[in-house]
Design a protein around this ligand. Structure first.
Ligand SMILES: Cc1cc2nc3c(=O)[nH]c(=O)nc-3n(C[C@H](O)[C@H](O)[C@H](O)COP(=O)(O)OP(=O)(O)OC[C@H]3O[C@@H](n4cnc5c(N)ncnc54)[C@H](O)[C@@H]3O)c2cc1C
Length: 384
């Protein structure tokens, strides 16, 4: 890693510490108004912080034990898209409550016939005076049942080629005609939903950007990633790390079985490689360099690494692994079992492993483009 965070006397650190001494237990709205929830956003919502400043804010909040409001889809995906293409009125209305965690957001993109090939979506939005009338179905919509708003992509011009004729909307989730049905995961939790639209009337002022130009915005939504130094757990940044599992093995006196021992060594090596790739990405961002191939490579490796760690944790538990409460080597409160069950989702959500490999193959290795069998064309041709 060829950068170091500025020291204790940095004026940006002093500014946050002063603020924290005036607000020792800040609420979501206070953090949002101070620009500390998404410091890389422009004022008045953020601080226009460069990567070093972002990392300083993260560092100071962590030291003070302050957590940011939770609104992952709003802050991570919807917000950056609204900043890019939203009207002044939309920014004014939605961004602050989003950052404060007062209004949860969900993402209404995937459909039964449109996942990896998202542009194949068939939910329709038809303009009728000052509203769009929406009909169709979305699926795998995380948090739809608790969200106040959703970012919705729907087809507004069915005659246009599939990547054109899509529009991007802000959808209030309490509109008449929206039905949300839970999908219970194999973890036993309810996070996803199916969402049905039956003549839902969305005000035309909720269109984001230009009509029929929503695909470009959907790509912005999907590509957002902020700089983070966190070591991150194996469940998309949450949960335990491989190093936690190795520590448990060490404290438990090691493992006698040579095949299991080999797997412990393998997850350690994978985790170390991922750590170095992450530091390379952060280092490039701090030096103002454009992101390289590391992000795609990292996602492709990290999702499978998460499954390796969780499968190993189960196997280390031996027959006790049949119990929901058992962790590796007998320890545990059920969180390893949850991680094991959830880890199947890692290689599907946010772009499947196969799709990640296609991206690495095409954009990093320069191999020929994948074929869109349905259209009889390469992806590159269909995206033009
Ligand atoms: C935990 C989780 C949370 C999610 N939350 C949301 C959400 O909030 N909102 C939302 O809109 N969606 C959400 N999704 C859905 C997610 O975006 C889709 O599951 C994902 O895009 C894959 O689409 P699919 O499930 O339709 O699979 P498909 O695209 O049908 O893929 C099926 C299989 O075919 C393979 N495949 C597809 N295309 C290719 C290709 N070109 N080359 C090689 N192999 C290919 C895939 O890799 C996969 O193995 C979530 C998913 C998960 C797991």
């Amino acid at each position: 890693m060829d950068f170091e965070l500025p020291g204790e006397d940095d004026p940006r650190r002093a500014a946050i510490r002063t603020w924290l001494s005036d607000h020792p237990r800040p609420g979501g709205r206070q953090l949002a108004e101070a620009g500390y929830v998404a410091p890389h956003w422009p004022a008045p919502w953020g601080l226009g912080a460069d990567p070093v400043h972002q990392l300083i804010v993260d560092d100071e909040l962590r030291r003070a034990g302050v957590s940011r409001p939770l609104n992952p889809i709003g802050i991570g995906w919807a917000g950056p898209t609204l900043l890019h293409a939203g009207s002044d009125a939309q920014k004014e209305r939605y961004l602050l409550p989003m950052l404060a965690g007062e209004e949860m957001w969900c993402q209404l993109f995937s459909e039964p016939g449109a996942g990896s090939d998202l542009a194949n979506l068939s939910t329709r939005a038809v303009r009728d005076g000052d509203v769009y009338v929406v009909n169709g179905q979305k699926i795998w919509t995380s948090f739809a049942h608790v969200a106040k708003f959703g970012i919705l992509i729907a087809r507004t011009d069915p005659e246009a080629p599939k990547h054109q004729g899509i529009s991007y909307f802000i959808c209030p989730m309490d509109l008449p005609g929206i039905e949300i049905r839970p999908i219970i995961e194999m973890t036993g939790l309810h996070t996803f939903n199916e969402v049905f639209f039956d003549d839902v009337r969305i005000p035309a002022e909720n269109l984001v950007g230009e009509e029929h130009r929503g695909w470009a915005l959907a790509k912005i939504t999907l590509s957002n990633e902020r700089v983070s130094l966190s070591t991150g757990g194996v469940l998309w940044g949450n949960g335990p790390t491989a190093f936690d599992l190795v520590d448990l093995v060490r404290k438990g006196g090691g493992v006698a079985d040579p095949a299991l021992r080999q797997r412990v060594a393998s997850i350690f090596i994978e985790a170390e490689i991922l750590r170095l790739i992450r530091l390379r990405t952060v280092s490039a961002a701090v030096q103002g360099k454009q992101p390289g191939p590391e992000a795609s490579v990292r996602k492709a490796l990290a999702d499978e690494h998460g499954q390796h760690v969780m499968n190993l944790a189960k196997d280390l538990a031996g027959t006790a692994g049949m119990l929901a409460t058992a962790g590796p080597l007998g320890q545990g409160d059920g969180s390893w079992n949850y991680g094991f069950l959830f880890s199947a989702a890692l290689t599907v959500g946010g772009g499947t492993s196969e799709v990640q490999r296609n991206i690495v193959a095409e954009r990093v290795l320069g191999l020929p483009h994948d074929i869109d069998i349905e259209a009889g064309k390469t992806w590159a041709e269909t995206r033009r």
